[in-house]
Design a protein around this ligand. Structure first.
Ligand SMILES: [Zn+2]
Length: 191
């Protein structure tokens, strides 16, 4: 961990974990990959280790991130997919070279090209976004109920009624807000 920089949120779905590197988009936004080094850290944490990252590659990563966010948001509310976002996702998917390989333990791993470039890693993320947005996976895209967040997340709960992008942050905050509102109500003298 690098001191003084926002930590990462963990998730099970690569594409929406990636869009979660910018949180509170409708409030006080928190950029969790503020530097190329932090993108390298995030990629390594998500099984996509790369050798290095330039500022231009960080810009490309953020462009892909916001395009996935825009397309996933449109898909969640059953709106038409924004053409420019689709273009960026497709370009990133096509440009990188990555291959899925099976480990002896039966787990999938991503092998990037010998250059292990950021573009390779982004192609894996873009392909993940495509499978989610195309409805190929078991789950449903939804928007976080927190007004300052509204992040697109992939609901894999059995009932498909998850409300928050992340229970530990948005969900917890809402619970606390409700608790304090109740406390205030209870403290008010009877009229
Ligand atoms: Zn949220």
């Amino acid at each position: 961990m690098r001191a003084g920089l926002p930590d990462f949120r963990l998730g099970n779905v690569l594409a929406t974990t990636f869009t979660g590197t910018l949180s509170e988009r409708h409030g006080a936004a928190v950029e969790r990959i503020p530097t190329p080094d932090r993108l390298v850290d995030w990629l390594a944490l998500n099984g996509l280790a790369v050798d290095s990252c330039t500022t231009a590659q960080l810009d490309l990563a953020r462009e892909l991130r916001e395009s996935i966010h825009a397309a996933a948001t449109a898909a969640a509310i059953q709106d038409a997919l924004p053409a420019s976002a689709v273009q960026v996702i497709n370009d990133c998917s096509v440009q990188g070279r990555a291959a899925a390989v099976l480990t002896p333990e039966g787990k999938r791993q991503w092998r990037l090209s010998p250059a292990s470039s950021v573009e390779d890693a982004l192609s894996v993320i873009a392909a993940d976004a495509i499978s989610v947005i195309a409805g190929e996976r078991d789950g449903k895209l939804a928007l976080c109920a927190s007004p300052t967040c509204q992040a697109a997340f992939f609901d894999t709960s059995q009932s498909r009624t998850r409300k928050w992008c992340d229970m530990n942050t948005c969900g917890n905050r809402q619970k606390k807000a409700r608790f304090h509102a109740n406390q205030r109500k209870n403290l008010r003298p009877a009229e």
